[in-house]
Design a protein around this ligand. Sequence first.
Ligand SMILES: Cc1cc2nc3c(=O)[nH]c(=O)nc-3n(C[C@H](O)[C@H](O)[C@H](O)COP(=O)(O)O)c2cc1C
Length: 192
Amino acid sequence: MSKTILVLNGSPKKSGNTERLVAWFTEGARPQGAEVEVIRAAALDFKVNGCASCRACQKKKRYECVINDEAKEVLKKMAQADAVVFATPLYFYGPSAQLKLIIDRMFSLYKWDNAAGTFSSPMKGKTMALMVSAYEDIGLKIVEKAFKLIADYSEMGFKSLLVPNAGESGEIERIKGIRARTVAFAKKVCAT
Ligand SMILES: Cc1cc2nc3c(=O)[nH]c(=O)nc-3n(C[C@H](O)[C@H](O)[C@H](O)COP(=O)(O)O)c2cc1C
């Protein structure tokens, strides 16, 4: 059966460095038989600024957010995909705010039993992949660590591609071999 991969592009820039990484990733994944869907976080119609912390999702049987907007549909797709790829520019040593708006709403994809100290989640066993481009080579490891912690907590596999010296939007193409590296990264993600 073909693997389904959901790619969340966190950059507000069309034709930016992140968009190029996503295009090369897709170029690498599709020949492996993967079904790849790309969603631009910045284009989503959000009804709330991130998670409202209402905890209403914890009272529902299903793993779903109670806020009815486009991000809710993205979360449903995350729960169904085999792999979720977070692609983001580095913004002040973290992911973009546009991507973080979705990440915080992943709260609805977990059900905690605090008394028992356990939780369940449809994210368990999936693969999380991270692609980050940045102007400098400072801070990429910090954002990688944050995503790895989420993956470990969720019992997901984890792979990352960190791209420093990507410069301003579009300049990533000047990095020698970056397209081939991203295509190879996609193949690795497909092989998990
Ligand atoms: C709001 C903002 C914050 C940024 N913060 C950082 C940073 O902390 N470190 C860094 O190396 N680059 C930083 N950058 C540069 C971007 O990460 C970099 O140019 C990235 O490759 C742009 O990707 P894009 O073209 O997909 O938007 C920042 C850019 C913006 C617009």
